[in-house]
Design a binder for this molecule. Structure first.
Ligand SMILES: [Zn+2]
Length: 396
């Protein structure tokens, strides 16, 4: 199973422009690259790329939902939503949860964990729990003091399927939580924080290695002297080469200049693209119902916004409506860096952060999580998505 021959694809960066190759996949892994004519007589199942570019599949480490599905609303939404991501060229995802860590919802966390095995079209190594040990709420995220016993309850409820947890360095009692996460091999992301330099250094020292939706819910620290620019967790994170950062590259949750600054500080490998997408992402312009008691309006190149014309919060941000291909397209437009470096922000860099050695790249022995792209004036969109050597999406 997972045997496939991909013919007629260009491998950007390795083949000459216009020159096509074949990729042989066995048992879900890339076995070889060869000139276009090789294997032509083989009777293996095959996919014809028609001369289009082939790249490693996209990896989204922070996403709550897509189209009409909010992952944490139940097993059905989780499975449908995750499987829909193949259409967006996403081959590995950490479904991100923020409300089901509440005491009265822990049972739902177990039901979601049990449903992961039905997410057959896209790899789900585990969940990203955004909270509950956060300092600042916002976008539905919960706040709670550090509590290792409660953390153990969450990990157990999630059947151990926790790949990352977002915490705030300024949450009281957070350091034992961070150390416990490291012990369980769970990546520690920092976010929802106004931490000081010292609090951030302590979190990094305990094992935090990444900041998620950097700049969004990272308010400016309190000023201590008139005219002196305050310095806090943002600067501490930028200054530490051990720590990577990710951005919602929609141009609304963060200014493109902050991404350029992070690239200058971290280099090409330390910056990651996420969507933080939610209900409405991927849908066309329109107004959509949500489970949160208000509808949202989605507009192209905008985030999702609350649609309640008679209320003051009308028009406020209700979440990200970004998709990974649109994020890549935005980064290509904004950043003056080589094309491969932009793609790495959605492929190799997240894989490296998570320690997934066989993902995020095109090499012999790598997992065959691959996307053949249409990339023309009509935009960047997947033509075929292959996950573990199996065709999981085809356009049209
Ligand atoms: Zn989020």
């Amino acid at each position: 199973m997972g045997d496939l021959l991909i013919i007629n694809v260009q491998i950007p960066g390795s083949t000459e422009d216009g020159e096509c190759q074949s990729v042989l996949i066995q048992e879900g892994k890339i076995v070889s690259f060869s000139p276009a004519q090789a294997h032509m007589s083989s009777d293996m199942p095959r996919v014809d790329g028609g001369g289009r570019p082939l790249r490693a599949g996209l990896i989204d480490l922070h996403i709550h939902g897509i189209e009409k599905w909010l992952f944490e609303s139940g097993p059905e939404a989780l499975v449908q939503g995750v499987n829909a991501l193949a259409k967006y060229g996403v081959t590995t995802v950490l479904p991100t949860l923020y409300r089901v860590m509440d005491e009265d919802q822990i049972q739902l966390l177990s039901l979601l964990a049990d449903a992961v095995s039905d997410c057959s079209k896209v790899n789900v190594p585990g969940f990203h729990l955004e909270g509950p040990f956060l300092k600042l709420s916002g976008a539905g995220a919960r706040t709670r003091e550090g509590d290792v016993a409660y953390l153990d309850r969450l990990i157990e409820a999630a059947r151990g399927k926790v790949s990352a947890m977002s915490i705030s360095p300024d949450t009281p009692g957070i350091l034992p939580v961070i150390r416990h996460l490291v012990k369980h091999d769970i990546e520690v992301f920092m976010t929802h924080t106004q931490a000081s330099v010292d609090q951030t250094l302590a979190a990094i020292d305990a094992g935090a290695r990444h900041a998620t939706h950097f700049y969004d819910v990272f308010p400016v620290p309190e000023r201590t002297e008139p005219g002196v620019r305050p310095v806090g967790c943002v600067e501490t994170i930028l200054a530490d080469p051990k720590v990577s950062v990710d951005f919602i590259a929609d141009g609304i949750h963060v200014h493109p200049m902050a991404i350029k600054m992070a690239l200058a500080a971290k280099g090409g490998q330390g910056v990651i693209l996420i969507t933080d997408a939610n209900i409405g992402a991927g849908l066309g312009d329109g107004v959509y119902q949500t489970p949160w008691g208000y509808p949202i309006r989605v507009k192209e190149n905008n985030a999702a916004r609350i649609e309640l014309p008679s209320e003051p919060r009308h028009g406020c941000l209700a979440g990200s409506a970004l998709t990974m291909p649109r994020g890549i397209a935005n980064l290509r437009r904004w950043l003056d860096v080589p094309e491969d470096q932009v793609w790495a922000m959605g492929t190799g860099n997240p894989a490296r952060r998570m320690g997934w050695e066989n993902k995020g790249g095109l090499s012999v022995g790598a997992d065959a999580d691959l996307v053949i792209w249409d990339d023309d004036d009509q935009g960047l969109r997947p033509y075929k998505t292959i996950v573990g050597g199996k065709l999981r999406y085809e356009a049209g």
